[in-house]
Ligand binder design. Sequence first.
Ligand code: ATP
Length: 209
Amino acid sequence: MVDQKIPKATAKRLPLYYRHLNSMQQQGKQRISSKELSDAVKVDSATIRKDFSYFGELGRKGYGYDIEHLIYVFRKVLDQDEIAHVALVGVGNLGTALLNYNFIKNNNTKIEIAFDTNDDKIGTTIGGVPIYSVNDLEKELSRTNINVAILTVPMHAAEEVTERLVETGIEGILNFTPARLSVPDDVRVRHIDLSVELQSLIYFLKNEQ
Ligand code: ATP
């Protein structure tokens, strides 16, 4: 878990830094200035320096930051070594795309199992992920250590599926449906409404002109 003392905004930027530092290391770079990182991740360098300061004196003037050290520190904070076990419910267009995508560039996250109501899909695999009947949700999830679920069912099914996921002890839900989900306090929900995101982008584009 992220250290309680780290501000939420900083914690939110860590995965972004982590990803870029990793790709820079893969390109053979050993150190980086806050300015260079700033250009790459589009966060201003003062914010980067402030963010990094929560992890101790990691940089030196005129030298920059040691990439390997930063990755080591951030990995510990992000618990990158701990794999998230993910299920997906609703293998429609979006669900299918996510199964095929399956976060392969992010080697600590993987969708391991999927559920649907459609007999044509049940018993098949997509992107190597087996699809089970949603009737077997409790049975299948109880024999795995899945703690996160992605919800790509139609809106009308969202609430019921969520209740069942919560019953099985799911800790986090990534909700792609437009439904507002009510869950107990100890379950985290991230709501991603693609049409709202698109609308808001279009709104900003129009108003900037
Ligand atoms: P998308 O919204 O992803 O583009 P779609 O338009 O192909 O999908 P939807 O009607 O949104 O289809 O349904 C998404 C998937 O959810 C379908 O494969 C459907 O069979 C499945 N589904 C519907 N109800 C349930 C349910 N209660 N539990 C699990 N899966 C369900």
